[in-house]
Design a protein around this ligand. Structure first.
Ligand code: ADP
Ligand code: MG
Length: 625
């Protein structure tokens, strides 16, 4: 397994030259930028002394009219031009978006373009462009405060991000004029911020990240200074926003207020709730006051009541924690460190419950809003070559298996789920038909055996190889996943050395809820899948055998076979064809065995006459011209 030596990029520069580098946490709710100065990492503030940039962008006809806090505050007046939580949309198709964006106010442009565009007064905007505007703002802040151009940045992404989402994030950085050293998984960055990578002993780390609208739990393994993501789980619709909502619901029921669909009232209450929630980090009670229809309401929210509201939400996160442990095949007491990440882990009761769950003191020394950006800054510093002695290594895993469609709509897995990256795996395939000179390859992602139950990542064609007998061509398909988790697939036909420069046209990324569903389904459907796969394999086998037989017999049946021998074979062939139409894998198998046995003489005679031999193997559909 190739490990990534991330100190490489800096080695070509003069060692004494300090390059400006930064780490960026591009969050769903909030984004931050941090850098290393005189050996220690810290987040950078804007001119108002604010380090957190709310991930909200507002547009008018001239372009970006407000960003960050300012954009968030005026969202109500201009909902269709104000885009928040754009991270949820990055790398998704229009179809994905309509099903995942309930509650968001923007409208999608209806175009034929594959990348969905949000309507704004500044024209249609893709999620990549909106993210780029956020990154541009952070870049300006960094360059202003560091007094020079940034040499490069590390941007963090959720560990479960798929290929398309990672690519989209990279594109956003490029668009913002940033040189991206690497994408790094958020939990890995958090663990690095705590210096866990420098510990002498090997350890297992849980990173618990409860942000504004999402929850992620990741289990990392640190072995000889190398990080590996063992598993990830979470909930894309669970976070601080739900706590705010729970407080509002409580307040409303206390006072018997009917909010209905009064948007201004809802927003006002949510603001009050959030303010109270933040106060309760340090205080034991918070006052919620509210004017409504001329009457004024006020209630004290006690820490006890607040904790009881938070409890149900935390219990939901613990379910995901159990799932992640299960997936990593670990028990709670295998976890050596628990790193707390995300603004919502400032709630003392969250810390308490998570600590009790893992039965240990959780790590909270580094501000949980900042910890990811700080870890990213430390890595950016290494990648810029500012720490020549560093031997920091990083390993991540791919979240879902990658494979290729083979004949009959089956998936041949090339790289299984949870394989550490970077990784390269090759597999050999062969042709299905005589004289085949082209082949269609379909790259899929998922845990199921049948292509229709997996996600299509892209297709490409390998053309122009020398025609040969079915099964003779040798096509090597190579899957490479780089350190950023990006996939490249290439194919080469070995005898004629035709190489396909593949262009995987990305379909859109998976939602992590989809990932979860797919994983879950692969478990519940496992039995059915095995049966379906066996049937399908037998059918393919039958088809292949009949094709090969027909081709051979057309050439030389009369030369090698007596009339009765020929008839026997044809009878057996008919039986194979008939059974292949049934749903009985066993029947096909039996018929095939029979065909094989009656053809034995024929095969032997042909072989002796050394008329072609046929390789067995996996068969990819021939490409139809
Ligand atoms: P994300 O990673 O989703 O971009 P953050 O990690 O910045 O988001 O978390 C934002 C959330 O943290 C918001 O819901 C915010 O209300 C919450 N938060 C921030 N500070 C506190 C606090 N002191 N107490 C409770 N929640 C907090
Ligand atoms: Mg975050």
């Amino acid at each position: 397994m190739a490990l990534l030596q991330i100190s490489e990029p800096g080695q070509s520069t003069a060692p004494h030259q300090h390059r400006l580098a930064a780490g960026i946490d591009l969050g769903t709710t909030n984004s931050l930028v941090a850098t290393v100065r005189s050996g220690s990492a810290a987040v950078l503030e804007d001119e108002n002394g604010e380090s957190i940039l709310p991930s909200v962008v507002c547009y008018d006809k001239h372009g970006v009219s407000a960003i960050g806090r300012e954009a968030r505050e005026q969202a109500a007046e201009n909902p269709y031009n104000t885009i928040s939580s754009v991270k949820r949309l990055i790398g998704l198709s229009a179809e994905d978006i309509t099903s995942s964006s309930a509650g968001m106010m923007f409208q999608l442009e209806s175009t034929d373009s594959t990348v969905p565009r949000i309507k704004t007064d500044a024209g249609p905007k893709t999620a990549i462009e909106v993210s780029a505007d956020i990154l541009r703002s952070l870049r300006a802040r960094a360059e202003q405060s560091l007094g020079g151009e940034l040499g490069g940045v590390v941007v963090t992404v959720p560990a479960y991000y798929d290929d398309t989402q990672r690519q989209a994030t990279k594109d956003a950085a490029k668009l913002a004029g940033l040189n991206i050293y690497r994408l790094v998984n958020e939990p890995t960055a958090a663990a690095i911020a705590y210096g866990l990578d420098r510990e002498e002993v090997d350890s297992t780390i849980a990173v618990y990240d409860l942000g504004g609208g999402t929850f992620d739990i990741s289990i990392l393994k640190l072995e000889k200074g190398v990080f590996e993501v063992l598993s990830t789980a979470g909930d894309t619709a669970l976070g601080g926003d739900d706590i705010d909502q729970a407080v509002v619901s409580w307040f409303v029921s206390e006072h018997n207020i009917s909010v209905g669909d009064d948007a201004a009232l809802q927003r006002g209450l949510l603001d009050q709730a959030r303010a109270a929630k933040h106060q309760l980090t340090l205080a034991n009670e918070a006052l919620i006051q509210f004017e409504y229809q001329g009457a004024s309401f006020s209630t004290t929210l006690s820490i006890e009541v607040f904790d009881s509201l938070v409890k149900t939400l935390v219990e939901r996160t613990l379910k995901s924690c159990r799932a992640a442990l299960r997936q990593a095949k670990l028990k709670k007491n295998d976890i050596d460190n628990v790193v707390m990440v995300g603004g919502s882990t400032r709630v003392p009761f969250v810390r308490k419950m998570v600590g009790e769950f893992f039965d240990q003191e959780v790590l909270t020394d580094i501000n949980p809003d900042e910890v990811v950006a700080i870890g990213a800054a430390l890595q950016a510093d290494v990648l810029a070559g500012n720490t020549p002695d560093s031997d920091m290594l990083l390993l991540d895993v791919i979240p879902l298996s990658l494979g290729i469609e083979t004949h009959g709509g089956l998936v041949e897995q090339i790289i299984p789920r949870n394989t550490t990256i970077p990784v390269a795996r090759a597999q050999e395939f062969t042709t299905f038909k005589d004289g085949q000179t082209a082949m269609a390859l379909h790259v899929v992602q998922g845990e199921r055996d049948l292509v229709r139950d997996c996600r299509s990542l892209g297709r490409f064609e390998l053309r122009g190889f020398v025609p040969a007998v079915a099964g003779q061509a040798r096509i090597q398909v190579m899957f490479q996943v780089d350190a950023d988790g990006l996939l490249t697939v290439s194919a080469i036909e070995k005898t004629s050395e035709v190489h396909a420069e593949v262009q995987i046209k990305p379909s859109y990324g998976l939602l992590d809820s989809e990932i979860e569903t797919m994983i879950r389904e692969s478990m519940t459907h496992a039995e059915h899948d095995v049966a379906a796969r066996m049937l399908q394999e037998q059918r393919v086998e039958a088809e292949r055998a009949v094709e090969a037989l027909d081709a051979a017999m057309a050439r030389d049946a009369d030369e090698f076979l007596a009339a009765d021998e020929k008839q026997k074979i044809l009878d057996a062939r008919a039986l194979v064809v008939q059974s292949a139409d049934s749903n009985d894998a066993e029947a096909i198998k039996t018929a095939l065995r029979e065909l094989e046995s009656v053809s034995e003489v024929y095969v032997a005679r042909r072989m002796n006459a050394s008329v072609g031999k046929s390789m067995t193997g996996k068969h990819i559909d021939s490409y139809d011209h």
